[in-house]
Design a protein around this ligand. Structure first.
Ligand code: SAH
Ligand code: SF4
Length: 369
């Protein structure tokens, strides 16, 4: 059985070409799947009966299995999705007055082991498939529509999710081969039709893969910087030992040659007495001198067992002021969905601390994929 969610538009075209169907069939089917969010292949009423029968025999549309669906007081909504073998990943919907953003996961766990990240502490379980990645977007749109989600853009006929950030669990560039077809579907006019500017991929800085993304599917880029010198970054973001800051900055400049936006977003998690002092701001200002960029300061989200503490609000604001004074546009990330632990870096904690044991006993035996 082929899960149609696993096929991007190119793969879908190949799927139909193999059985002598014309290419526009792929477009028709893609629209049914990714724009009308059906989950029954026989519901594609503009396909001839033989083709529907063929699909019914060999294809399914299977989205993620939801283990838990939580809605926060501010409307933020988090889905815990089964990833098999006792693993789970999360996607988070963040509604704003003018857009709906979905934060998507790319891996169950992560091998890169950043010091302050609870996904990293969980270790690496496996790469999500293309279907599991795009399935998060399919599922969110479908569920929000079914639940009557509101927003001016929805009233104008657009899907509930207008922006995607690959900032959930996992390092997307370490799962390049499955992530790029998912990105392709996000951008394709016969699927989600999002502009490249509305799709942001966040990476901890796998330099050769930043170059491949530039060549194969440039979308808006966010880079998790977290330190302005190699000694500290080696400790916080261990991939820095392989791809140090000078290489990372050069890769950002190369990326900008093809990027849909004319700046890179640098994410910077604020860790008390570790990277939040005036000298750290000065180092950053020096480091990014030649790189068109914006900064997003992320208050650290603590999780059980971590050695780190969140910087005080005053420290974060002072840090922001220093960067702003040097001409760097700097925002402080708003915490959303506080009451449901939906913020950056808290996602894996949910799986490990409360759910994983239950998953292993209750959910895993029922999972077929
Ligand atoms: N692996 C990618 C994307 C996922 S993490 C990356 O590292 O960029 C998304 C963002 O959340 C990254 O900037 C990451 O460094 C940050 N993050 C991880 N753990 C965090 C925590 N405990 N508190 C705040 N931000 C965290
Ligand atoms: Fe992986 Fe990103 Fe967490 Fe680092 S911060 S361990 S790259 S998910």
């Amino acid at each position: 059985m082929t899960n149609l969610l696993d096929l991007d538009c190119q793969a879908l075209a190949a799927f139909f070409a193999e059985r002598g169907e014309r290419p526009f069939r792929a477009k028709q089917v893609s629209r049914w799947v990714h724009q009308r969010f059906i989950d029954d292949v026989t519901a594609m009423t503009d396909l001839g009966k033989p083709l529907r029968e063929f699909l019914a025999a060999g294809a399914i549309i299977r989205g993620p299995q939801v283990i838990r669906d939580t809605i926060a007081a501010d409307g933020t909504r988090k889905w815990l999705l089964d990833a098999g073998s006792g693993n789970a990943v999360e996607s988070v919907y963040i509604p704003e007055p003018d857009r709906g953003t979905l934060c998507i996961s790319s891996q169950a766990g992560c091998a890169l082991d950043c010091a302050f990240c609870s996904t990293g502490k969980q270790g690496f379980n496996r790469n999500l498939t293309t279907g599991e990645i795009i399935g998060q977007l399919w599922h969110a749109n479908r569920t929000l529509l079914a639940d009557g989600a509101t927003g001016p853009w929805i009233r104008h006929g657009r899907a509930p999710i207008t922006n995607v950030v690959m900032m959930g669990m996992g390092e997307p560039l370490a799962n390049f081969d499955n992530v790029v077809p998912a990105l392709t579907s996000m951008l394709d006019d016969n699927a989600y039709g999002l502009s490249r500017r509305r799709v942001t991929l966040s990476t901890s800085g796998i330099v050769p893969m930043i170059d491949r993304l530039r060549d194969e599917c440039p979308v808006a880029l966010a880079v998790s910087l977290h330190a302005g010198n190699n000694t500290l970054r080696d400790r916080l973001v261990p991939i820095n030992r392989k791809h140090p800051l000078s290489e990372l900055m050069a890769a950002c400049l190369r990326y900008l040659e093809r990027a849909p936006r004319d700046f890179v977003t640098f994410e910077y998690v604020m860790l008390a007495a570790v990277n939040d002092e005036p000298q750290h701001a000065r180092e950053l200002i020096d480091l990014v001198r030649d790189v068109p960029c914006k900064f997003n300061l992320i208050p650290f989200n603590p999780f059980p067992g971590t050695e780190f503490h969140t910087s005080s609000r005053a420290k974060i604001v002072a840090f922001q002021q220093r960067l702003s004074d040097a001409g760097l546009v700097t925002t402080i990330r708003k915490t959303r969905g506080d009451d449901i632990d939906a913020a950056c870096g808290q996602l894996a904690g949910q799986v490990q601390d409360r759910t994983k044991r239950r998953l292993a006993t209750r959910i895993a035996p029922a999972v077929a994929h």
